[in-house]
Design a protein around this ligand. Structure first.
Ligand SMILES: NC(=O)c1ccc[n+]([C@@H]2O[C@H](COP(=O)([O-])OP(=O)(O)OC[C@H]3O[C@@H](n4cnc5c(N)ncnc54)[C@H](OP(=O)(O)O)[C@@H]3O)[C@@H](O)[C@H]2O)c1
Length: 253
């Protein structure tokens, strides 16, 4: 049967693959034929996710992306052990809830390190000669927070806006090398980060307004993974430099 989103034998690096949307994307891409290279800090979770992947030849690496200076070396190790990459998904990310008076440079830096600086440093490292195959597709998980402001969310929103701006610039810079770069922008999705949001502000008026505006309800990780798999595939060969909103209607209401 014809399969529009065919990832057969594509080698795809997924950061944040130990849970949530990263884990779901790993599972879906493996079903579509890809070989998955997972990276995150919690080894026990990576082992659990690995057991749920289809096919063989998958691999995981325990790595803390806060160590931005070590990323270039880390990518070299991955490429030497797994071969050149066909896809990269940046699902690693941390939330942050801080009013301005507590928003010191070290707080901003901690969020930017994982959500943004590591994204750019991985792209810089994998786009070196022999590290990728022609047709490389890069997808960052941004957020609608890049477009919609909310009190105490400055660091998180800024990190996601930086991802969106970056793909617009890098798409143009890298298209001659046959590399595409996009972000997806989910609204609230049912993962650990959503649980964190509920714990911090679930009872607040703001949270009620957010959920009423997201009139299709809470998204599931697969809703986002479906779009990521499509962007990784050759079916999306005309899409680059885009920020694709997946928000259950939220931004339009
Ligand atoms: N859920 C939502 O409502 C929502 C909405 C819009 C955007 N997003 C974005 O979607 C992405 C995925 O989040 P999720 O919702 O799937 O939540 P999640 O389950 O908490 O996933 C976050 C992932 O990031 C990894 N991570 C965090 N810090 C890391 C570090 N220092 N080094 C390496 N890996 C690190 C975590 O793995 P380890 O802890 O094992 O390291 C985990 O696998 C994030 O970028 C998030 O901002 C989420």
């Amino acid at each position: 049967m014809f399969n529009m989103v065919d990832l057969t034998d594509k080698k795809i690096l997924i950061t944040g693959a130990s849970s949530g949307m990263g884990a779901e994307t790993a599972r879906l891409c493996s079903k579509l034929g890809a070989k998955i290279v997972m990276a995150a800090r919690r080894e026990e979770k990576l082992i659990e996710v690995e057991k749920t992947l289809e096919g063989s030849g998958h691999k995981y690496y325990v790595f803390d992306l806060s160590n931005v200076e070590q990323i270039e070396h880390f990518i070299k190790q991955i490429v030497s052990e797994c071969g050149a990459l066909d896809g990269f998904v940046h699902s690693a990310g941390i939330g942050s809830t801080r009013p301005l008076k507590l928003l010191k440079p070290n707080v901003l830096k901690a969020v930017m390190d994982v959500n943004y600086f590591s994204f750019v440093e991985i792209i810089r490292s994998i786009t070196k000669r022999n590290c990728y195959n022609s047709g490389l597709s890069i997808v960052g998980i941004s957020s609608i927070a890049s477009q919609q402001g909310n009190q105490t969310k400055t660091a998180y929103s800024a990190s996601k806006a930086a991802m969106d701006a970056t793909v617009r610039c890098l798409a143009k810079e890298l298209h001659r090398n046959k590399i595409r770069v996009n972000t997806v922008n989910p609204a609230l999705i049912n993962t650990d980060i959503y649980q964190e949001f509920l714990d911090n502000s679930g009872d607040s008026e703001d949270a009620k307004i957010i959920m009423s505006r997201q009139y299709m309800g809470l998204g599931e990780p697969i809703d986002v993974s479906n779009m990521i798999a499509y962007l990784l595939s050759d079916a999306a060969k005309f899409i680059t430099g885009s920020n694709i909103v997946l928000d259950g209607g939220r931004l339009s209401s």
